[in-house]
Design a protein around this ligand. Structure first.
Ligand code: HEC
Length: 145
């Protein structure tokens, strides 16, 4: 065994172990649950004590016409505006909304479209049309004065 090289054997073994490891990772990566996790909306609300719901059907379903302002609010805005997360003005909080409403609806809609500070553009509803965002803003404003 003149040509026996422990280092070569070691790296061969390490290679086998690594590729086994990679296979396991790939398998796990493709499980339904991990896919659902990766394609679920950012800002998806998780309630303590409940399993986080991944809106798989919603993410895959084709849009079926414009959503109402209330629907968009519930689906995309309430994660922050229902809880005050990230300092978002809460729906129904008149004191938080009145100085904002004073800027005029157009300014609020523009800021909802483009984002402002911790408020992400379109409230992260990337498949929302301009009109749907507009209606969601109106829904929040109408219910906060
Ligand atoms: C990730 C959290 C988050 C989400 C989701 C979110 N907002 Fe906001 N929003 C904020 C925060 C924070 C502010 C306050 C920003 C500031 O004035 O500093 C804000 C402010 C606003 C304002 C007031 C802007 C102004 O000019 O004063 C409007 C209007 C608004 N959001 C609309 C929406 C709509 C519509 C949606 C859903 C489509 C949405 N937001 C989703 C965090 C969020």
């Amino acid at each position: 065994m003149k040509s026996f090289k422990p280092a070569a054997l070691f790296s061969l073994l390490a290679g086998v172990i690594l590729s086994l490891g990679a296979l396991t990772v790939v398998a796990d990566h493709d499980s339904d649950e991990s896919i659902a996790e990766r394609i679920s909306a950012v800002g998806n609300l998780c309630v303590e004590g409940e399993k986080c719901k991944a809106p798989v059907a919603k993410a895959v379903a084709a849009p079926t016409g414009p959503r109402s302002g209330a629907d968009v609010y519930t689906g995309s805005c309430s994660a922050c505006h229902g809880t005050g997360a990230a300092g978002a003005p809460k729906l129904g909080d008149v004191a938080a909304w009145s100085p904002r409403v004073a800027k005029g609806l157009d300014a609020l809609i523009a800021n909802a479209m483009n984002g402002i500070n911790a408020m992400p553009p379109k409230g992260m509803c990337m498949d929302c049309s301009d009109d749907e965002i507009k209606d969601a803003v109106k829904h929040m404003v109408d219910n906060s004065k």
